[in-house]
Design a protein around this ligand. Sequence first.
Ligand code: BGC
Length: 754
Amino acid sequence: MIKLTKYFLMVVLVLPVFFGCTGNASTVKSDDDVEKRVESLLSEMTLDEKIGQMSQVDPGVFGGLENLKKVVRNGQLGSVLNLIGAKEVNELQRVAIEESRLGIPLIIGRDVIHGYRTIFPIPLGMAASWNEDLVRESAAIAAKEAASMGINWTFAPMIDVSRDPRWGRIAESAGEDPLLNSMVARAMVQGYQGDDLSDPLTIAACAKHFVGYGAAEGGRDYNTTVISDLQLHNVYLPPFKEAVKAGAATVMTAFNEINGIPASGHKHNIRDILKNEYGFDGFVVSDWASIQEMISHGFARDLKHAGELGLAAGIDMEMASRSYNDYLKELLDEGKVDMEWVDDAVARILRIKFRLGLFDNPYVDESLADSLLVNVEHLKVARKLAEESVVLLKNENQVLPLKKGTKVALIGPMANQPYEQLGTWIFDGDENDSQTVLEAFNAFNGDNNVFFAEGLEYSRDKSTKGFAEVERAIAQSEVVVAVVGEEAILSGEAKSLAELDFVGAQGELLKLAASKGKPVVMIVMSGRPAGLFKTQHLAKSILYAWHPGTMAGPALANLVFGETVPVGKLPVTFPKGEGQVPIYYAHKMTGRPADASTWTHIDEIPVQAVQHSLGNTSHTLDYGFTPLYPFGYGLSYTSFEYSDINISAKSLSIGESLKVSATITNTGDVEGAETVQLYTRDLVGSYTRPVRELKDYQRVTLSPGESKEVVFELNSDQLGFYFPDGEFVVEPGDFHVWIAPNAAEGLRAEFELQ
Ligand code: BGC
């Protein structure tokens, strides 16, 4: 029962009369209605209660539930994160509703990043599916499962464009491209929030980390970023704009500084761009203590000053640190912050709580979890998304797929790791639900055909004592499947690496496997693009699986044995080595563009080469200028031919669109699906433009021998870009357009924008 607080009585009894409606006000959810309720509630609140709404704490850090209840009862808390259990949430919510003066419900946050109990592939893997519907569905499932435990707010999606595989958090992102990150942003926001945020099985999304976090210098987490305004607007901001457009309820600021100003104290970015220009009407939460951390940054003198800067910048709710709680009153008295900012922040928080339906329906049905957690339907989607996230990088002699019944030596430290296959940020995943590659191979191929020998106990294991067993397994087999990579703990927050090569003795294990004269299939489970340069020649086939989640085993068994044909495409460029980082497809041309004719590999340079005898273009002597695998790359068990690129007009005017098409033919023996990509290049701009930019993509499924025309509509708006001041400009001029299987290939046509 909801306690009939003063506020509740006013809403139910007074407001309907006042606003001339006779229905039950608590069930009306129109925006107008919400705004009226926000305004009315705000006018009832004391300053202490307002400041309370702007604070979020973690019960663990705050000294337990009883302590928490005290501040909730006093109306001094707006949100908790990491409160676990439907019963516990209801208990605390009851204190908020029944025992606090105004009965304002709490919003309960949690990192539900790639699934709650059912774990989907890490976000980088999801992005590799390029499948918006499936990503949306996974987020909707995660929302349901989380909601059944009383969570009504997730800190996802993370949509930080990341171009550095050393950065551990690349695992949580959608990779290097603004369009692909925007796709994931939209899909996840829609998935978590559904059509109706007040539905008890949807939760509020949080687009994070605003902004530029992925540009950490040297790939070291939390590090400084130097981002030009041109890059900020064209690369890092677009996914956030898309998340706002999709209705993201909240946005989280980042830990990093940008060009000297911490992201959590960046008034221009938060107030001017996000709130004013994008029209974001939800609330902004800091990252964990990121307001307080402005002291370490050397931007705030002390906690009080940090609070002043955080509020001035536009952070509405403070996570974990207590500057608002401790100092906002004083800051207001001293006239250092405006009451208007406080009211705006509280209004935003209340708005989201109203939209979530928390005032009308604050409690979670404690029986829901029984049917929602560990649900077969959820596992099916997890398997499908895991399958689609895997990228086939190599398949010499069509070693894959294997025939059922093939004698397989299954080796490698990641082949039977129920916990590690889940990846980073899986607070609520359960390794007991996981199905491993070993289990799935045994089930699918018959355990008498699977000879399992890990070789290494874990990825960093340098001991070769298990290699003898590996040799015995290989001796009994026709094919070797080596599952290598890195454990979950080696990627994610603060888990950056300087080197990308496989850790431990995995390189030696692969060498041993390759030396036996039997084809080696490499499956890589990793939170980042691993350094494959030195080992990939040892394998005939490579399936890049990221961390695939709960259903890793069945998904990979289906792919290896050809029940499913790979469709994944890389969401990020694979460098030849860390020395090539950053390397990404949408780079600039330079005044001396690299090309093969001007590059001499270091091993080929004559002993006494004369200075200037080599080509002076943009490359490195050892790696050249091409990556190991380009963005958008991914093979299938069949092959596709691209032909007959066509454009409907040689020119278009601003405001118009044209059609670009090409014929895609399945030239192989099995049905397969291809993600066909549309890229453009603006040849001359007031600011130089990237050599290619992804504009669109479509998946086409083809039977053997079948051809289909794939048609893209390209409008002039897709050809514009942001000037450094944030103005979006469509400039007339000449363009190239490609219909392509990846960022390094494709059919090209030209047109003019008039
Ligand atoms: C991370 C956020 C996360 C928050 C709450 C921080 O350390 O950067 O992404 O949402 O913790 O757990």
